[in-house]
Write a protein that binds this ligand. Sequence first.
Ligand SMILES: CC(C)(COP(=O)(O)OP(=O)(O)OC[C@H]1O[C@@H](n2cnc3c(N)ncnc32)[C@H](O)[C@@H]1OP(=O)(O)O)[C@@H](O)C(=O)NCCC(=O)NCCS
Length: 153
Amino acid sequence: MDKIQIRSAGKKDVEPICRLLSQYASRKLVLPRSQDEISRHVRNFCVAEKNGRVIGCCAFRDYGCGLFEIRSLAVSPRSVGSGTGSRLVDFMIDRLVGKDKVKIFALTTSAGFFHRFGFRTVEKDMFPQKIWSDCSKCPKLNDCDEEAVLLEP
Ligand SMILES: CC(C)(COP(=O)(O)OP(=O)(O)OC[C@H]1O[C@@H](n2cnc3c(N)ncnc32)[C@H](O)[C@@H]1OP(=O)(O)O)[C@@H](O)C(=O)NCCC(=O)NCCS
């Protein structure tokens, strides 16, 4: 079986990340992100690679004061259910925990997936920075089906 490698992303990954996210953005499972935006923030992404192809991605956003968001998590439809999503989240948590005392949150329709890593469901209004910056532009603004989850490792 071909090995899946999880690694930090680089410029060559921008296009495949964009393709992967747009599949799920059209189903409103992740926020849409333009190629230009991904390119500017590519250092905040990690990817899962199999046979030289990007089959998953995950990013973080730094809100300052030790608060980070895990976002843009996606695994290609053909690869879901094989542990790739878990490995991406583990990789990201390790990367963020390497910093000082941190709090890591996510807004997600897959809260159960995050609970497996020790995240707990919390009130969304704990993260006003997120609401100002992203939720206000989100197509689901008035009909949000996402939960906020928080990890305090
Ligand atoms: C959510 C997602 C990243 C999971 O990736 P994955 O590679 O399938 O995850 P894994 O194979 O590591 O799953 C690990 C476990 O979590 C479970 N799991 C997966 N998605 C879940 C969900 N939405 N809720 C609860 N549990 C879930 C799996 O069943 C599996 O359980 P098992 O070990 O008992 O079999 C993937 O389904 C995806 O890309 N979804 C579309 C985009 C999306 O919703 N992103 C999240 C936005 S924050």
